[in-house]
Design a protein around this ligand. Structure first.
Ligand SMILES: [Cu+2]
Length: 127
């Protein structure tokens, strides 16, 4: 195994460990992290080793929202955010740099987003 491949493997293992810590630390019922989208449609979402804050955004069907993801540190596996129902739309989240994703609230149900490994989860939920 080459040196760079070995470093890659170590990085992957530490990312998986971060994901698993986040899962085990997550409270069973976390209604506290839900917000209603503000009038201007901009929703700031912090990404840390516990996942997305808020993890649930309530908004009216058909509204245009701007989700502004800000990853607080490199010690978590939130380096990518992905929207499975938007044809797997994916954005990199550099640490400390806000990344805006424009979305439209679906007609019903929810618009889910996850980290690259599908372990951090959040969603925009129709009000
Ligand atoms: Cu992950």
């Amino acid at each position: 195994m080459s040196l760079s491949r070995r470093f890659g493997a170590i990085a992957l293992v530490s990312l998986l460990a971060a994901c698993q810590r986040a899962q085990s630390a997550r409270p069973q019922a976390s209604g506290a992290t839900a917000v209603t989208a503000p009038a201007d449609g901009r929703v700031e979402i912090r990404v840390d080793d516990q996942g997305y804050h808020p993890a649930t955004i309530r908004a009216a069907a058909g509204r245009a929202l701007t989700l502004v993801f800000r990853r607080t540190d490199a010690l978590n596996c939130g380096e990518k955010v992905r929207f499975p129902s938007l044809n797997n739309l994916e954005r990199d989240l550099p640490v400390g740099q806000p990344v805006e994703v424009a979305v439209t609230v679906p007609a019903s149900g929810e618009l889910a987003f996850t980290c690259g490994m599908n372990m951090y989860r959040g969603s925009v939920v129709v009000q």
